[in-house]
Design a protein around this ligand. Structure first.
Ligand code: GRF
Length: 198
């Protein structure tokens, strides 16, 4: 069985799109895959309640609980890695997970950890991608699913979707249009990845 572990920080709409695809397409049978856990760094992430309502196992590793450590980022990543490893994952899926991960963590999961980024990488790595695309006068933007490497937002690309930038777009209206396509390409990328590993 291929255990998937999905990491979220907020609403988890990408996690929900993946979970619904897994149910609808019977990934347990078609891909020998299951979502073993949804883990958040934020105890009140709305996506945790939504995941539980779908019957998914949820866990929290609260990054604020490590503030007193000499190296909080590494201490958090170590506990997060152990929490993930307990599920023996074939694939770790970052889905709206808003933490910069340490190189040690990334190397531990390298080759089996994906992220979705709301731009057409390598354009606009980092934050505020929609406003930057509008400010640059882009006619198109989109979303990218990529393997996570130690270089932020720069790993091998697995899937992309192109989305038009409309003349009166705001960052919010553009984000909503891109998010709709994220929900299409993430399940597609995960299926292709799992098939490639079979
Ligand atoms: C989305 O814009 C996604 O591109 C980025 O995080 C945001 C929220 O994602 N990675 P979700 O709704 O929590 O899945």
């Amino acid at each position: 069985m291929n255990n998937l572990v999905i990491l979220i920080s907020g609403g988890g709409s990408n996690m929900l799109a993946i979970a619904r695809a897994a149910i609808r397409e019977r990934w347990d049978q078609t891909l020998n895959a299951r979502i073993a856990a949804v883990i958040s760094n934020r105890p009140h992430a709305a996506g945790l309640q939504a995941a539980a309502e779908l019957g998914l196992s949820t866990e929290v590793v609260d990054h604020t609980a490590f503030a007193g450590h000499a190296d909080p980022r590494t201490a958090f990543d170590d506990v997060l890695r152990q929490t993930i490893d307990a599920h023996e994952p074939s694939l770790v899926v970052l889905a709206g997970f808003m933490r910069i991960l340490t190189p040690g963590f990334v190397v531990h999961f390298e080759g089996r950890m994906l992220n979705i980024h709301p731009s057409l990488l390598p354009a606009f790595p980092g934050l505020h991608t929609h406003q930057r695309a509008i400010d640059a006068g882009c006619r198109f933007t989109g979303a990218t699913v990529h393997l996570v490497t130690t270089e932020l937002d720069h790993g091998p690309i697995l899937e992309q979707a192109v989305v038009p930038v409309l003349p009166n777009d705001t960052a919010d209206s553009l984000a909503a249009r891109v998010l709709t396509q994220e929900h299409v390409i993430y399940p597609k990328a995960i299926k292709a990845f799992l098939k490639s590993q079979a």
